[in-house]
Design a protein around this ligand. Structure first.
Ligand code: UDP
Length: 253
């Protein structure tokens, strides 16, 4: 087994020391959790799919000038990333009402929102990641006003990019969660996208059937999670088993 030094172990990922200072290896596990860790399962193959999907999206975001921690793929489950200081705020972007928003505000699931809405949650498992405002974030020093502006601007660019990417393959991007980190480069520090973007952290609905192609299948005991994640990877053109020749999304007409 690996003798690499484990730097951090989370619910679905492990971080190991990287080959050079300032780098880490992000390893995707098969574990799934929901309801603030009350529900737990191992779903074989989930880590491989999430690694592939996340690496595809992060590469595309790097290509359009959204700074990310992603450096390169290492293997089916691992990627080389830059070490960043994670800002303890989860940033959620919503396009369609679902999940906690429907409960909190009594809006029917599936209602299109008048515009994309950004929310912040304080990353704290003991407290169950409570929703917070920009006032809380600046008052408690979790991020500066400038960092909040940077996170919001990047989150909206990520949303526009991903909504278009998924629209092209017949999938509605309902909402998603991202995390940002501070990248220290000499005297400079800048906000970059960190963590992952995968069907674990997004709500993705088939545009024709409204089928859920995301972690809600696990949250609501619907089954078929791996098949759904495979379908997302297949439409993105990154599931190699049956189509070894081509890479890249297939346009759904
Ligand atoms: N999300 C996530 N991690 C979390 C909480 C939410 O990745 O700890 C994602 C979730 O998959 C969804 C979006 O953020 O795409 C909004 O989630 P919501 O606030 O509706 O919470 P939930 O209903 O999942 O508890």
């Amino acid at each position: 087994m690996s003798r690499r030094r484990r730097v951090y172990e989370g619910k679905a990922k492990v971080l190991y020391e990287g080959p050079e200072p300032g780098t880490l290896i992000q390893h995707f596990k098969d574990d799934a959790t929901a309801n603030n860790n009350q529900k737990h399962a191992t779903i074989e193959g989930k880590g491989v799919l999430n690694n592939r999907i996340s690496e595809f999206i992060f590469t595309k975001l790097n290509d359009i000038g959204v700074p990310t921690h992603f450096i390169r793929s290492i293997n089916m489950r691992e990627q080389l990333i830059r070490e960043v200081e994670i800002i303890p705020c989860e940033v959620v972007v919503r396009n369609v009402a679902a999940g906690s928003l429907t409960k909190r505000l009594g809006i029917d699931e599936g209602t299109p929102l008048p515009r994309s809405i950004i929310e912040f949650y304080y990353k704290n498992d003991e407290l169950g990641d409570p929703m917070v405002s920009e006032e809380h974030i600046t008052a408690f020093g979790w991020a500066t006003p400038q960092e909040i502006d940077d996170m919001m601007a990047l989150a909206l660019r990520i949303n526009d990019f991903m909504a278009g990417l998924f629209l092209g393959i017949g999938i509605r991007l309902v909402d998603f969660k991202v995390e940002f980190g501070r990248l220290y480069e000499g005297d400079m520090v800048r906000v970059v996208l960190a963590d992952e973007i995968s069907p674990d952290s997004c709500r993705l609905w088939d545009m024709r059937t409204n089928d859920k192609l995301d972690k809600d299948r696990f949250r609501h005991d619907m089954g078929g999670l791996i098949e759904a994640y495979q379908e997302v990877a297949r439409r993105l053109g990154i599931l190699f088993e049956n189509e070894p020749k081509r890479r890249g999304p297939t346009l759904v007409k």
